[in-house]
Design a protein around this ligand. Structure first.
Ligand SMILES: *Cc1c(COP(=O)(O)O)cnc(C)c1O
Length: 408
């Protein structure tokens, strides 16, 4: 979003025009920013084969999936439903990675029958696939349990995490692979923690290289994600260019030693779409209490739960009144729980009916929304090549009742 002549715009379209046309609350995604992030990631690495798979749990509108696909980016899925969505968007199974955790065997069988790349994080499942689907190519999700050199900044996969197969169980896995003649074509680690120091991450990746020497049939190594984007102006985030340089170097060296050129995979969600998204809500009330000025908006934790769920920070702009004197607000929702978007936040003076914009609303925002308090979920709009498109209608009462059965 750019501020031009006291007016915010997205690809030249005034944000307030979008709000007037589609109403609030509203999600808007800028495909130019998604493209910029994809290009940044591609340009940061100097390896012969970089494979990017978009973690579609971050943002699963089919138009976004189609756009991402048009940029030659694959899909990272965690459920059979995400696989189906991806295929609806035009993905072929070979472009999809499926990383289930604690899902049933029936679902895993469905995925295998479709032919997606499976990424297994459970020894019994590995055994099952080896026995019943002997020719399947399998990727193994390793949990490296690194607390790198006492550096508290990075903790890649803590010891009591439910994800991955522990690096300490690798000897058992290797025996299983040899006995059942499993075809292991990839190793994976997704630690979930933010990569704040490219050097430390590169050191941790050494664990994956060491593990890789035990599997002769590898085609790729998947470094998961954890690529962090800025939420505030001076936020510490992943220096993707530095990461690309350091990791490419150690990866290329490893491939020489391994004796085969492997593909290097990443599966970012946040990095690709977080900054592309804007959430617009209208101020219903300004409420002054003895201690606080509340700005209450026409949304809440039902539409954007990240601040309440994991304390995440979203910058908030008053786009109706961008140049006014800042005042301090608690921005809250209309839900009958405490749903605070931001506390003690300096925002240009807010009046009732002013439109607030929440930034970094592309990842884990709409995809985590719900109908709590029987509210309708917002509309979604995509701004693409200078034009805007409605890509999801605002819900109606019919949507709330759609699957309800009137039994009496
Ligand atoms: C959620 C997830 C990702 C994406 O994480 P981001 O922090 O959004 O980049 C990647 N891989 C797996 C297996 C995931 O579960």
């Amino acid at each position: 979003m750019n501020l031009v002549n006291d007016q915010y715009d997205i690809q030249g379209i005034p944000a307030l025009d979008l709000v007037h046309e589609y109403g609030t609350p509203l999600y808007v995604y800028d495909t130019a920013i998604i493209k910029r992030q994809i290009d940044r990631l591609k340009n940061a690495f100097t390896v012969p084969h970089l494979g990017i798979h978009f973690a579609c749990k971050a943002l699963n509108n089919i138009n976004i999936l189609k756009f991402v696909k048009s940029c030659n980016v694959g899909l990272d899925t965690v459920s059979i439903q995400e696989i189906w969505l991806g295929m609806k968007a035009g993905y072929t199974p070979d472009q999809i990675i499926y990383t289930p955790n604690c899902v049933g065997l029936d679902e895993i069988e469905m995925a295998l029958q479709l032919g997606v790349q499976i990424n297994v994080d459970h020894i019994e499942t590995l055994e099952y696939i080896g026995t019943h689907y002997p020719n399947t190519k399998i990727c193994i999700r390793v949990n490296p349990h690194v607390m790198a050199g006492g550096n508290e900044k990075i903790s890649v996969g803590h010891i009591d995490s439910k994800f991955g197969i522990s690096i300490y169980q690798l000897p058992l896995v290797v025996r299983l692979v040899q006995t059942l003649k499993l075809h292991i074509n990839g190793l994976h680690m997704h630690t979930g923690s933010d990569i704040l120091d490219a050097g430390v991450f590169t050191l941790a990746s050494q664990i994956l290289f060491d593990a890789a020497t035990k599997f002769p049939d590898l085609e790729f190594l998947d470094f998961g994600s954890g690529l962090k984007v800025p939420y505030q102006t001076d936020d510490v985030c992943t220096d993707i260019e530095e990461l690309g340089e350091l990791l490419s170097k150690s990866f290329n060296e490893f491939c020489t030693q391994y004796g085969r050129q492997l593909k290097l995979y990443f599966e970012p969600g946040k990095f690709l779409v977080s900054e592309s998204g804007y959430f617009f809500a209208k101020t219903n009330v300004i409420k002054q209490t003895p201690s606080t000025v509340f700005a209450g908006v026409d949304s809440g934790l039902n539409h954007l739960i990240r601040p309440m769920f994991y304390g995440s920070y979203h910058q908030i702009l008053n786009i109706s009144n961008p140049k006014a004197r800042p005042r301090i607000y608690n921005v809250v929702g209309y839900i009958c729980e405490t749903d605070t978007f931001a506390s003690n936040r300096a925002i240009s003076e807010i009046h009732p009916n002013d439109v607030l914009c929440f930034r970094n609303a592309g990842a884990y925002c709409f995809s985590m929304s719900s109908n709590y308090n029987s509210r309708f979920r917002p509309a979604e709009v995509m701004v693409h090549e200078g034009r805007h498109y409605l890509i999801r209608q605002r819900e109606t009462l019919e949507d709330l009742l759609k699957n309800q059965v009137e039994a009496i």
